[in-house]
Design a protein around this ligand. Structure first.
Ligand code: NAD
Ligand code: G6P
Ligand code: MN
Length: 443
């Protein structure tokens, strides 16, 4: 049986050890001969790599492990690029969150001004990796979950239309796990869903068990009362911090706006921006929480393992929920025709919506990539929201490609959570200053 060679781009990511453990746990479904790490920050990557090398030696000594900052070494002889980079690291995420809050505007990694700022940094980084892949392993596929996925996906559609890249988000996976638990199923894989939207901006319209029985009424009953919050914690889940608990509970109020559908949690930033600002601490945002929590834990554990030379007593956990990445790689490698939510060019999947928009819809995935499933016509409410949001995302990509100050100002002005054009301009000027090192020059 063929064994695969993969490169993890953003080897220094806090998610890398969890993903490596997950890959090692799935070798019977997805055999691997080589794992490479690539990052442009050697010090950060080394800490993760030293520990992962030990773990791989212990669990699967046949796998070749390579950690490098050299693109040719990293991208030569690979079948899949699994990309999760964060251009500007948490230091810049912190600014994305704190600068808007100074203006009383939502400060969030992927939504509103913070997401726009992050998008302007990410586009170049993701394109660079895609270009390396095409140069050194032209038959490979890039599975990208670098954020902000909506903007990154639009950039790759527009600027690299023929590239083999698939953009994917784990939020629907995470929410579906909560839904399944809420109604007493053992796994989200017992559900078949219909869903449409943009990334971090979508709705479930139909959820059935594998026999075709409608599960929506039971799930809605739960969401109307608790949102996506559960009475008991989900074991080994990614979204466990207090701020996530708040997000899952808030879904109750997001759901109330349209009880015909079930919403993605990120819609809270667009429907209740004032609530989000009111309960944010402008001195201590999610970036601070992650630096003090996940980053500290992962790097602390990796350094400990490296020093010990063994993973004995490790508290690093398998990122079980990230097995959707293996499902995706397998779908391409073995033509499994797995049904998955992916971010793809609309092309009529949402009938009454811009065919050139990057939308998140269920797709059948085989060796030629995703085939989107039509979701029919969408109602006026969602269509109106999505048209505004997709225009923001397209304007950001145009602003990046053309170096246009005006278009980025328009993008910020159009964002639902920015109150007016004056605040948009003040914010833009602050963000330009903070992102000098990363953004193209705007004229
Ligand atoms: P992190 O900062 O810990 O890791 C990112 C790594 O990328 C760093 O080591 C950094 O040096 C590296 N990097 C930055 N620019 C690079 C470039 N141009 N080339 C190579 N490497 C580069 O961040 P994290 O919190 O672990 O998150 C990583 C990414 O995954 C983020 O974009 C995050 O938003 C995303 N993410 C996405 C999903 C999803 O559902 N799509 C889920 C979780 C995380
Ligand atoms: C969800 C989203 C990701 C996002 C992550 C942030 O999983 O789908 O796109 O990166 O949340 O989590 P964090 O713990 O970094 O705030
Ligand atoms: Mn996401």
């Amino acid at each position: 049986m063929k064994k695969f060679s993969i490169v993890v781009a953003g080897g220094g990511s806090t998610f890398t050890p969890g993903i490596v453990l997950m890959l090692l746990d799935n070798l019977d479904r997805f055999p691997i001969r080589q794992i490479k790490f690539y990052d442009n920050n050697p010090e950060r990557q080394k800490q993760i790599a030293d520990a992962c090398e030990i773990i791989i030696k212990e669990k699967a000594p046949d796998i070749t492990f390579v950690s490098t900052t050299d693109p040719e070494t990293a991208f030569t002889d690979v079948d899949f690029v699994m990309a999760h980079i964060r251009v500007g690291l948490y230091a810049m995420r912190e600014k994305d969150e704190k600068i808007p809050l100074k203006y009383g505007v939502v400060g969030q990694e992927t939504c509103g001004p913070g997401g726009i700022a992050y998008g302007m940094r990410s586009i170049g980084g993701v394109l660079e990796i895609l270009d390396y892949m095409e140069q050194y392993s032209p038959d490979a596929w890039m599975l990208n979950y670098s954020n902000p996925a909506a903007i990154v996906a639009e950039a790759t559609r527009k600027l690299r239309p023929n590239s083999k890249i698939i953009n994917i988000c784990d939020m629907p996976v995470g929410i579906e796990e909560l839904m399944a638990k809420a109604i007493g199923l053992s796994s989200r894989k017992e559900m078949v869903v219909r869903y449409y939207g943009l990334n971090h901006f979508g709705w479930w319209t139909d959820i059935r068990d594998t026999k075709g029985n409608d599960l929506m009424p039971k799930i809605k009953e739960h969401v109307a009362q608790y949102g996506y919050a559960l009475k008991t914690d989900l074991e080994g889940a990614q979204h466990v911090d207090e701020s996530w608990a708040h997000t899952f509970a808030k879904a109750r109020e997001v759901y109330a706006v349209d009880p015909d559908t079930l919403p993605n949690t990120y819609l809270k930033y667009y429907f209740y921006p004032q609530d989000e600002v009111a309960h944010s601490n402008p001195e201590y945002t999610r970036a601070n929480e992650v630096m003090a929590g996940r980053e500290k834990h992962v790097f602390g554990e990796c350094n400990r393992i490296a020093q010990l030379g063994a993973s004995t007593g490790s508290t690093l956990e398998i990122d079980e929920h990230a097995s959707y990445i293996v499902d995706l790689a397998r779908a391409i490698a073995y033509n499994t025709h797995e049904r998955m939510l992916l971010i793809v060019p609309n092309n009529g999947a949402i009938v009454n919506f811009d065919p050139t928009a990057m939308v998140e819809v269920p797709c059948i995935v085989g060796s030629k990539g995703p085939e989107p499933l039509t979701q029919g016509e969408i109602p006026r409410f969602q269509k109106g929201l999505m048209e505004q949001q997709v225009a923001v995302e397209k304007l950001v990509v145009e602003a990046w490609a053309e170096g246009s100050y005006q278009k980025l100002w328009q993008a910020l002005t159009l964002s639902r959570i920015v109150p007016n054009a004056r605040v948009a301009k003040e914010l833009l000027d602050d963000l330009i200053e903070a992102n000098k090192e990363f953004w193209p020059e705007l004229r």
